[in-house]
Ligand binder design. Structure first.
Ligand SMILES: [Zn+2]
Length: 347
């Protein structure tokens, strides 16, 4: 991907890692103009103003298999795969997807405030989703960022999972020069470094195994974990033996059902991204929750208070929670290219 000018890049450093996903999609203006002028029969001038207003859908911006006039390319000098047009006909949409949660709220507000308002250079769109869909999307991105042929991916996956689960922790330090990840027989929560090894409390370790299994299970038969290649049955047996299933309130016996519960449990926001925020922000969030949208927040509040008492969630409660996704679309490159392309069209 051609690197955008540094100063034009959005500063996303205030967002905890794992709470945002960035997408880049190229669009061929020659193809768009072609559609508007030839297929729809518009005059170039009209086509220009139509194209300028154009905004792709969220699916078009974030899909892993783009269709005309959109495409993805890793090349430095990409060409349109549909009509062969060169760089000056190609515009880039950069999209940031921010997970709506207490952890990202302040940073999102601050970012939106800073954006230029004129000419719709930026667009904000929202999509309702749920913790399960968000979790799978995250897993998908994680898989794309790992090289499963390289053994180091197990540690990388562990790190990305921890960064997401506990965004406030400085994981750079914990993973610096790290050689191995092990289950701690001492800790009941958190982690500790011992030389080049990182010891995780059983819950964190169990979840790391689960994530590794989920990431690699489509890649090969079974899943590869820190404990070797495991079938689903073997993984569940380990999680049961380590006490993870009990701690998570999973009482099912049938492997398929256990698996579904495990996914919901991992994905549910109260376990995953919200609770991991510092306790002070949890208090602030609670205060706010009493004021607005009582129907929506009540589920979260009850899960929080349950969590704060340290008891596991009741097993028969559905813990998939609604999540709002905020999409921020950077249209600056697109608008500039449309202008220059039109100039050459009109002359
Ligand atoms: Zn094209």
């Amino acid at each position: 991907m051609p690197a955008p000018t540094k100063k034009r890049q959005l500063d996303l450093s205030e967002f905890p890692r794992g709470t945002i996903t960035e997408y880049t999609t190229l669009v061929c203006l020659a193809c768009i103009f072609d559609i508007f002028t030839r297929q729809l029969g518009l005059a170039p001038r009209t086509a220009f103003s139509e194209v300028k207003r154009h905004t792709p859908t969220i699916e078009e911006l974030t899909s892993r298999s783009a269709t005309r006039p959109y495409f993805d390319s890793e090349e430095k000098n990409p060409h349109c795969p549909y009509c062969g047009s060169a760089k000056r006909w190609l515009a880039r949409f950069d999209t940031v997807c921010i997970e709506g949660s207490k952890t990202t709220h302040a940073a999102r507000r601050a970012l939106l405030k800073k954006l230029p308002k004129a000419d719709e250079q930026f667009l904000v769109m929202e999509k309702k989703s749920d913790s399960r869909a968000v979790f799978f999307e995250w897993l998908d991105t994680l898989r794309g960022n790992l090289d499963l042929e390289d053994e180091g991916w197990l540690i990388d996956a562990t790190r990305m999972y921890l960064e997401r689960r506990e965004p406030k922790t400085n994981w750079d330090e914990a993973f610096d020069e790290l050689r191995a990840v092990r289950r701690s027989s001492r800790l009941t929560e958190g982690w500790e470094r011992d030389g080049a090894r990182l010891f995780l409390a059983p819950i964190l370790y169990s979840e790391a195994l689960l994530i590794q299994y989920l990431v690699s299970r489509s890649h090969a038969h079974g899943g590869v974990t820190l404990e070797g290649r495991l079938t689903l049955m073997e993984l569940i047996r380990r999680l049961r033996y380590s006490g993870y299933l009990d701690q998570s309130g999973i009482t099912e016996r049938e492997p398929g059902e256990v698996f579904e519960k495990l996914i919901d449990h991992l994905a549910s926001t109260h376990e995953w991204s919200n609770v991991s925020a510092a306790s002070d922000s949890r208090v602030a969030a609670k205060k706010k929750a009493t004021k607005k949208k009582p129907a929506k927040t009540s589920a979260k509040r009850s899960s929080k208070s349950r969590k704060s008492k340290g008891t596991p969630p009741e097993p028969d409660v559905t813990i998939t929670e609604p999540v709002k996704l905020h999409y921020l679309v950077d249209r600056r490159d697109f608008l500039e290219k449309v202008k220059s392309v039109y100039a050459s069209y009109a002359s």
